[in-house]
Design a protein around this ligand. Sequence first.
Ligand code: GDP
Length: 311
Amino acid sequence: MVLAELGGKLRDSLRKLHTHSGHVTQSHLKDLLGDISRALIESDVNVKLVMELRNNVNDKVQTLIDEDEEKDSSKNSDADRRASQVSKHVQKVVVEELVQLLQPQRKPYVMKRGKANVVLFVGLQGAGKTTTIAKFANYYQRRGWKTAMVCADTFRAGAFDQLKQNATKLRVPFYGSYTQADPVAIAEEGVDQFCKEGYEVIIVDTSGRHRQEAGLLDEMAEIADAVAPDNTVLVMDATQGQAVFDQASAFSNVVDVGSVIITKLDGHAKGGGALSAVAATESPIIFLGSGEHFDDLDPFNAQSFVSKLLG
Ligand code: GDP
């Protein structure tokens, strides 16, 4: 189920609560939680997380519904008013739990002006890492940050050219090498150089490869050791479904993933897999990628994302 459909399904399920003057019985609640769980699972949200959400909502609203059912024998306007408050409360709890699903405890790294903020980008090949780096550089440069890029991907032929092309279009300085094969040395040299030159946002691209194989993960850990990033951003592809959860765990076992960017949420991505993978990294989503152009990067806020989803 794609995101727009998920929004519609969730909206319809919540709307049903307001029928019967808002009286919510145990059976209405069971139906609601069943509908919501099905919709989330069909959108690729991790099943364990869906069960947690279901239990949390159930626990939080149970007492209120029990009380309401007891008092419900009096068919008067007071009972209706109370009932409508119950349905509003259930709706509020569902929204809170959806926000919770997308928003781990950890707060996003805040860039600091006037100092070097080293941002390491990691992710599998094809996730959209190089494109996202260009968008990220564009975002900060436009807001007046002195921004530079380092290409530490020596594995994929053409990676440096791709970064160079983007950097040139954006007029962002870049560092890389056609001859140096050691990505750790390049990352270190590039970051050192831009630190000395007073750059504020120094973005480091790493190699992607196809799977989260040991070699890639070791290399990433070595680069992270060498450049001591202030923030490590994991780029995840929204079209990859449930698989993204395992990828996210593999990456965050090796480097300290501080933030997540989800790409390709335009088009027909289900999105639930990537969106709920924040639970595996326990770090917040900071941007969503919504297209192939440099401007297609939207800051992420869980509350407004859920509000928009539910219309
Ligand atoms: P990398 O291997 O992770 O560096 O991936 P690339 O940056 O080369 O991107 C792979 C493909 O995904 C390219 O065709 C990009 O144009 C495309 N892409 C990246 N981000 C997005 C996005 O947010 N939306 C869409 N539709 N395509 C994207």
